[in-house]
Write a protein that binds this ligand. Structure first.
Ligand code: ZN
Length: 454
């Protein structure tokens, strides 16, 4: 300690002050807090000390990038950088062109330190702020950041960092989509034990509140659908009560504010990455409608077993029973219960035969006929996707609940807070950061965009 104090006088007085302050505390938690603050101040002091030392070294002046003449040594100027440890201040030499070319001030030390000309924040702080913003509103991210570090930043700054990082993420995705189009394969490293599990693919739509066109804050909220897809390996775990339960592992999410056609290439890219082509069993699990089954037929049918969500089917069968046999009667209940049981047992043909018989009745009202015909077509189209007895035997899920909750979580948890309304860019940038976070690609993104890191 004494050696420390001797070599760095500034740290010496800081240390003395802190030792006294720690001595004056009574509770352990206050003691820890005071020591922690000291550690931070010490870190800042050490960094500032080192920067001051480096600033005194002789400077190698480069030539003006415009006219080529050697730069002229000017005075020392202040610079600061805010990082996770707090704000560091230092003074360093700046130079100018002797002939007055408009190249601004050049600080060779800044370049040596890997700083960008207008950088005021460290990459590590930006990364931490963006990680918080993935989960909580910008204002709360500011408070948490201050609580966890000494850094004081504004919600606007975090918003800007999210926009920049989100844009970098979108650009990266665009490149990857183009590479796939050009026939380049990309795949993620997956452990052998996980790669042997069935791959589950599912998709759903989730509504998000947007500002009216033009992004003005007032005016009516516009609800737009975000298409979300999940890819995961289906694993089994034993619950505390000894039951077997399905669990999703190696979960990856894909999402887009756009149409099914916008989702299609993104989902395809992720499916290739998740080893769809080599997976033993691939399952496409979805509820009815909204174009997702068209996407299945266009791209996934030859690789995956489609499963139509059982509860969605049951719901539609109940609608049929209601119009055909009058929902208030015991007969309609009984038929529905039997039909549902038959579907579960893999006897879809019998249900279809029942519906066909009903459609052959002469006294069936037109509205009921229409509903029953739709139900018949729906079950008939999905004949291969409602073989629930076989799916159960294979250990596959027949309900899309796991898919839907994964999709909802991605959007609901962050984008649908009270009073939240998004601009298209603001939403897209944060969405892509959030996707990178859940897909384990967040840190790569910051390594791509930045160099220094505290
Ligand atoms: Zn010049």
């Amino acid at each position: 300690m004494s050696c420390f104090r001797a070599s760095i006088p500034q740290v010496g007085s800081l240390l003395q002050e802190s030792v006294t302050a720690i001595g004056n505390t009574s509770s352990l938690s206050t003691m820890m807090l005071v020591a922690w603050r000291f550690a931070r101040r010490l870190t800042v002091a050490l960094v500032e000390e080192e920067l001051a030392k480096r600033a005194q070294r002789p400077t190698e002046w480069t030539n003006c990038e415009r006219c080529g003449k050697k730069l002229e040594n000017k005075e020392f100027k202040h610079r600061q950088l805010t990082g996770l440890i707090g704000t560091v201040h230092w003074e360093r030499r700046v130079g100018r062109c002797r002939d007055g070319c408009e190249i601004g001030q050049v600080a060779p030390l800044d370049r040596e330190l890997g700083l960008q000309p207008n950088q005021r924040t460290s990459a590590g702080l930006k990364r931490a702020a963006c990680a918080l913003a993935v989960f909580v509103p910008f204002e709360i991210a500011v408070v948490l950041l201050k609580l966890l570090t000494e850094a004081e930043v504004s919600p606007g700054s975090i918003w800007n960092w999210v926009q920049a990082a989100g844009q970098a993420s979108m650009d990266r995705l665009k490149q990857q989509l183009e590479a796939l189009k050009d026939g380049q394969e990309s795949s993620e490293k997956i452990e052998a034990a996980i790669a042997a599990l069935p791959l589950l693919v599912g998709a759903d739509g989730v509504m998000v509140p947007f500002r009216p066109q033009g992004g003005k804050p007032n005016g009516r909220t516009v609800w737009r659908e975000v298409k979300v897809a999940v890819l995961a390996r289906l694993s089994q775990r034993i619950t505390r009560t000894g039951k077997q339960a399905s669990q999703l592992v190696q979960r990856r999410l894909v999402a887009v504010l756009g149409s099914i056609d916008d989702l299609s290439p993104r989902l395809w890219l992720e499916a290739r990455r998740q080893g769809m082509m080599s997976a033993k069993i691939v399952v496409w699990l979805c509820d009815g409608g909204r174009g997702f089954w068209r996407l299945f037929r266009d791209r996934f049918e030859q690789h995956a077993q489609g499963i139509l969500d059982f509860y969605h089917v049951a719901q539609n069968v109940w609608k049929g029973a209601k119009v055909w046999l009058d929902g208030r009667t015991k007969r309609s209940r009984r038929w529905f219960t039997q039909a549902r049981r038959k579907l579960r047992r893999g006897q879809a043909n019998e249900v279809l035969a029942d519906l066909q018989a009903a459609l052959a009745l002469n006294d069936l009202p037109d509205s009921a006929r229409k509903t029953l015909q739709n139900l018949y077509n729906y079950l008939d189209t999905h004949r291969d996707h409602i073989d629930y007895a076989r799916f159960k035997a294979l250990g596959l899920p027949i309900g899309s609940g796991l898919v839907e909750s994964a999709c909802k979580w991605l959007i609901q948890q962050r984008f649908k807070g009270v009073g939240m309304r998004w601009s298209e860019d603001g939403f897209n940038h944060l969405l892509h950061l959030r996707l990178d976070w859940v897909n384990g690609r967040f840190d790569d993104l910051f390594a791509l965009t930045t160099s220094p890191c505290c």
